[in-house]
Design a protein around this ligand. Structure first.
Ligand SMILES: [Zn+2]
Length: 423
């Protein structure tokens, strides 16, 4: 008789019909079938028809700034600009270990929410120097066996207008940062924005690295750096290796120009990340009514065949006062922000926090299949709609064949409330 480490019974695997039993041995999926028999398991978990995904993917977060609002000044205007400026004093006094500790607190939360792949940006500028990168590299090391973590060198203060940043970016890439970031709209002129993107491609080709930029995080309909990014992606042959986050200006473009840019994004095979929590909070702040929503054109990008994922972005920092790195919470927000309410659209949003994110992170092995690495997250929900509606507890989180987190169902008692009719 075959002996396995974990047997998950009666689980509805995302993207398939019906329920299966899933046997896990030596860190891998050993067998997947209906009603598995003739095996014994060390641990047996009965999902009772609940759904499971391979894992959630967090493609865009800022762990170096997470939880900083515990000691930061209040962002009075509520704008992106003020959020950046009130951080300067704190960044000057950054310590590596303190950054690693704050990041680790969020990573524990991420794991219990079923995130097993994550990409975090890290500020690189002359104010904080390489300390934020060193802090996140330390946090990545701590969680090495538990989560696949990629770090992006993020020049939030600009490159051309912030002398010294370009050298620091090369320095952190040598220290072990994985991906080259950018913030081209934060430059003095369109020419400098283009130069910023060119420098990012130079560094990416030197280190053979992927690119993930913050693009046009503004309501300004004249912001044009997304189109430049698409153009330079094609010119440099970096198709499929570039991700653009935020892209709020795209939501402000006239239809014909928006369609043109979306066509270019598809040609360049650029992955797009929507950040509904932060952008609903920050964008349109200076608008009178009607106020813009600030979230990029998710449905239009998807309809054009562009890969779109969504991410948390901020956790309790100067940009955004909430956030618990829960992809179900972000998915729930995105459904509202992008008006994705039909059954098929809700399924798509579940893809956005799982497989689409994995595609952006270029993790092709993100699937439940015999022989594959046994990552599995069982939700206390039957389907995506229910999972979003209740932000369903992650019943079990299995990483490389090990049970690493479990959430029991809450006990709830009712007093003086009539029992619901049994229907
Ligand atoms: Zn961001």
């Amino acid at each position: 008789m075959m002996v396995v480490d974990i047997l998950v019974k009666n689980v509805a695997l995302w993207g398939t019909q019906g329920v299966r039993d899933v046997a896990i041995a030596n860190g891998r999926f050993a067998r997947i079938a209906e009603g598995l028999t003739s095996l014994s398991s060390t641990v047996t978990l009965d999902a009772e028809g609940r759904m499971a995904v391979s894992s959630f993917v967090e493609p865009h977060i800022h762990l170096d700034k997470a939880l900083i609002s515990e000691r930061a000044p209040v962002n009075v205007s509520g704008t992106l600009t003020e959020a950046i400026e009130i951080l300067w004093e704190i960044k000057r006094n950054y310590r590596v270990e303190e950054i690693a500790d704050r990041a680790s607190r969020v990573l524990v939360q991420a794991l219990s929410n079923g995130i097993l792949r994550l990409r975090t940006h890290v500020d690189v500028d002359p104010i904080g120097g390489v300390r934020p990168a060193e802090g996140l590299i330390r946090a990545r090391d701590r969680f090495r066996d538990l989560m696949d973590i990629q770090i992006v060198a993020f020049p939030q203060e600009g490159i051309v207008k912030s002398p010294g940043t370009e050298a620091l970016m090369r320095q952190v890439m040598k220290l072990g940062v994985d991906v080259v970031g950018g913030m081209p709209f934060n430059e003095a002129s369109p020419q400098d924005s283009r130069r910023h993107i060119e420098i990012v491609f130079d560094i990416a080709s030197e280190f053979d690295a992927d690119i993930d930029m913050h693009v046009d995080e503004t309501d300004d309909p004249m912001a044009r750096t997304l189109e430049v990014l698409a153009e330079l992606t094609i010119r440099n042959g970096w198709q499929g290796r570039v991700t653009a986050g935020h892209t709020c200006a795209l939501a402000c473009y006239p239809r014909d120009y928006a369609d043109h840019v979306i066509g270019r994004l598809r040609e360049a095979n650029i992955h797009m990340i929507a950040n509904p929590a932060t952008n609903l909070m920050l964008q349109g702040r200076l608008d009178d009514y009607p106020k813009r929503r600030g979230v990029t054109q998710v449905k239009e990008l998807l309809a054009a065949g562009v890969n779109v994922a969504c991410g948390q972005d901020c956790v309790h920092d100067t940009f955004y006062p909430f956030g618990q790195n829960d992809p179900l919470e972000i998915a729930f927000l995105l459904c509202h922000a992008s008006q994705m309410s039909q059954p098929a659209e809700i399924l798509t949003v579940m893809d956005m926090v799982t497989g689409n994110g994995a595609k952006a992170l270029r993790a092709p092995d993100h699937r439940v299949a015999v022989g594959g690495v046994a990552d599995l997250v069982v939700l206390d929900a039957r389907d995506a709609r229910e999972a979003f509606a209740t932000r369903a507890p992650r019943r079990w989180v299995i990483r490389k064949g090990r049970l690493i987190a479990e959430t029991s169902l809450e006990a709830r008692r009712y007093f003086a409330i009539p029992a619901a009719p049994n229907i």
